[in-house]
Design a protein around this ligand. Structure first.
Ligand code: G3I
Length: 394
């Protein structure tokens, strides 16, 4: 064939291919715009979107509160709840019921609170919070079952004399009774809280001392037996940062999975301060998520010295924003919870004299710049953030 005819045939073929490609792309775009095939993602992503909308149907409309904005891509936005404030403060209840789609009792489910005398339970404040949550379509994070702090006095008194067998059966009973009491009403349980020291060793507390490291696996198994539908979490602080503690928890959790221990997620607390550097939280969330676990940011607040200076305000905004964005970026991150929402009831001034203003509302329940920053991040995330569901990746 003469060269000029060969060339023109090639041009025709190339031209046809270009036309087909352009028409194809136009068809895809037209279908997307018409809402026929959704975004150019997989069928699984589309199904996740539908499931997220179903999970969040009570939160996916109404005013642009934090809970509503998170619901557009399935992220639950939460707060710890002070049950005294819940009982006596109507303005507190109003913000709580409208801004947040998940709640955590700040203290009301801790062992020392629910079982002040051995065998005598007081569930009333926690029950009231669970009822409030149900009435407001909020999911509940149970906090917590095993922790070296806020233990009942009657148990602390027995530390020296109690035998391993006796402690084991007391712990078993506590977990079984508490998880059974709330069975079917708890979304995520912080089963074991703060079991590691900052150097990556297991914390030298009563449980390790008497029961050995196996108490963590036992606690998870007992919680699972009592409520197989609750998601079971290990929760800790300073694992937001890469380092010895985060590595140790990572290795430990991986070992638990290999042993078939029921663990669904890891909680990253997030008690930040303007005097500290920001963590590489997203990196850590991602590596735990790669184990097939859900992750959650569970206790965010950002304290600073009082009175707050302009640069400290900016640093607080940055810490809130960066931690929320880290969670938004990771599909397995199913909730972002703050450790209280208003400065009036914050635990910070009692524990860190001279510091405060750690929350997103002031003492008069006016939203602070931190609130606006979170809201803006959630608004931006509605366009393209990975969509998640209540079950997360489990
Ligand atoms: O129950 C008494 C009450 O009768 C008394 O009137 C009052 C007077 O101060 O004290 C009350 O107990 C305090 C309780 O909070 C309720 O206010 C305890 O002394 C106090 O130690 C306790 O502090 C809590 C702390 O955990 C220990 O349980 C904080 O509110 C709570 O924010 C904090 O939360 C922990 C998380 O559970 C785990 N991660 C860290 C986080 C901050 O420490």
């Amino acid at each position: 064939m003469p060269a000029h005819r060969l060339l023109s045939r090639r041009l025709v073929i190339i031209g046809a291919a270009v036309v087909i490609a352009v028409l194809g792309a136009c068809a895809v775009l037209a279908a997307q715009w018409a809402g026929l095939i959704g975004a150019p993602t997989t069928a699984a992503a589309a199904a996740a979107h539908t499931a997220a909308q179903q999970d969040n149907k009570h939160w996916a409309h109404g005013d642009n509160t934090l809970g509503v904005l998170g619901a557009t891509f399935g992220l639950r936005i939460g707060t710890a709840v002070n049950t005294d404030a819940l009982a006596k403060d109507a303005a507190y209840r109003q913000v709580l019921g409208t801004q947040f789609s998940t709640v955590t009792p700040e203290n009301a489910m801790k062992w020392g609170i629910v079982e002040p005398k051995q065998g005598v339970y007081d569930w009333a404040p926690a029950d009231k919070l669970v009822a409030f949550a149900q009435a407001h379509h909020q999911l509940v994070r149970g906090h917590n079952l095993v922790w070296f702090q806020e233990l009942p006095e009657w148990l602390n008194k027995q530390y020296r004399s109690i035998s391993p067998d006796a402690l084991r059966s007391i712990l078993h009973k506590h977990i079984t009774d508490e998880v059974s009491h709330f069975k079917g009403k708890i979304w995520q349980w912080d089963v074991v809280n703060e079991a590691f020291a900052d150097d990556g060793t297991l914390r030298d507390d009563m449980f390790l001392d008497k029961l050995g490291p196996g108490y963590i696996a036992d606690a998870l198994r007992w919680a699972h037996e009592a409520d197989p539908t609750a998601q079971l979490f290990y929760n800790d602080y300073n694992i937001e940062f890469s380092g010895a503690k985060s590595d140790a928890v990572y290795d430990f959790v991986k070992k638990l999975q290999k042993q078939g221990v029921p663990i669904d997620g890891v909680g990253f607390q997030g008690h930040f301060g303007t005097q500290f550097q920001l963590p590489d939280l997203q990196t850590n969330l991602e590596r735990f998520a790669r184990l097939g676990l859900n992750v959650a940011v569970t206790e965010v607040d950002v304290r600073t010295s009082m009175p707050v200076l302009a640069f400290e305000q900016s640093a607080q905004n940055a810490a809130y924003s960066q931690s929320l964005q880290a969670c938004i970026a990771v599909r397995a991150c199913i909730s972002y919870t703050m450790w209280g929402f208003d400065d009036r009831y914050s635990w910070i001034p009692d524990s860190f004299p001279g510091q405060g203003s750690a929350d997103i509302y002031d003492r008069n329940l006016h939203p602070k710049p931190q609130y606006d920053v979170l809201k803006q991040d959630l608004q931006l995330a509605a366009d393209g953030a990975p969509v998640r569901t209540e079950r997360g990746v489990r």
